[in-house]
Design a protein around this ligand. Structure first.
Ligand SMILES: Nc1ncnc2c1ncn2[C@@H]1O[C@H](COP(=O)(O)OP(=O)(O)OP(=O)(O)O)[C@@H](O)[C@H]1O
Length: 294
């Protein structure tokens, strides 16, 4: 066993908001769940836009301190870690975001993101060892080092940029990957490749992934466990197969009904009605201390 466990207990996240009765918007109500590194697993968090998914990702990554409740790692509150402990946490808990373009500096070649990881986390003692590590990791995510190294971010496709982020994760071997809508901008073929790489990371490198998405078909492909969130509330959780086949919450059934049917004999004619969160103008109730993303 390992003490690598991330635990959310009663996490609530409120933001100042104009246009609400009390001046606040509650993005996350009372979220509690545990992510364990052992055994490695895939846990999906699925819900519509605005349901609070990314806020939870930011809480887990230590980028946003919850207004109530705790996020602990190995029993310690991650917002009370020393600098060295937080660095160790962030080595073990790595993000992948929807739009990797924002991670890259357009003026530098993409190699820099990988070299920064090698240097920051002392992954290699010589330049040659660093080069070998980078090449091995690019190949592990089906990228040809000769084709991507030396290029600028705009010279790569979105799928290639996403896989560079996966190569970075392959080098760091974190216990946890926090993947926030990582495939929503990718086409079906690259999406499948990306999901297969995450599943390989679980099987071969024993990484646990928190996979955040609005797309139930992606959740179905990944398997594992799923938590369904609506309006900041986790309303259902369990193994993907049982939640998909025997949903117990009306919102889960609504999400399932929203999956378009490709069968022409079973055309998707009904209009989907999903409650929108009130359209409000919000700002953080508590300004988080800015921390570097990578
Ligand atoms: N920093 C912030 N300041 C103010 N309000 C915020 C902030 N971050 C999120 N919100 C609000 O909190 C709610 C939940 O947002 P969040 O980004 O967590 O949802 P989401 O489920 O990830 O949506 P999407 O899938 O569209 O990214 C939204 O109403 C959003 O406007």
């Amino acid at each position: 066993m390992t003490d690598k466990v991330i635990e959310l207990r009663g996490v609530q996240q409120r933001f100042h908001a104009r246009g609400t009765a009390d001046g606040y918007l509650t993005a996350v109500q009372d979220a509690s769940f545990t992510l364990a590194a052992d055994p490695p697993q895939v846990v999906s968090l699925v819900g519509q836009s605005g349901s609070g998914k990314s806020t939870i990702a930011r809480n887990v990554l230590g980028l946003q301190k919850p207004t109530a409740g705790t996020v602990t790692y190995g029993g310690k509150d991650i917002f009370n870690l020393s600098r060295a402990e937080y660095d160790e946490y962030r080595k073990n808990v790595q993000p992948v975001f929807q739009d990797p373009y924002s991670i890259f500096n357009p003026f530098y070649r993409v190699d820099r993101v990988l070299w920064k990881a090698v240097k920051k986390f002392s992954l290699a003692s010589t330049r040659e060892a660093g080069e070998a590590l980078i090449e091995e990791s690019l190949e592990a995510v089906s990228l040809d080092p000769g084709r991507v190294l030396g290029r600028y971010p705009h010279q790569l496709s979105g799928g290639q940029r996403q896989r560079i982020m996966l190569a970075r994760i392959h080098m760091l071997r974190p216990a946890f990957v926090i993947a926030d809508e990582p495939v929503s901008m990718l086409d079906a073929q690259i999406r499948k490749m990306f999901l297969d790489i995450l599943l390989d990371f679980q099987r071969e490198h024993r990484m646990t992934t928190l996979f955040i998405t609005h797309d139930l078909s992606t959740v179905y492909y990944l398997g594992g466990q799923v938590m369904v969130i609506t309006k900041g509330d986790i309303v259902e959780r369990g193994p993907v197969s049982s939640v998909m086949h025997e949903p117990s919450h009306p919102y889960t059934r609504l999400l399932l009904d929203s999956i378009p049917q490709p069968d022409p004999a079973n055309r998707w004619t009904t209009r989907i009605k999903v409650d929108e969160s009130p359209d409000t103008d919000t700002t953080a109730a508590e300004a988080p201390e800015p921390r570097p993303l990578l």
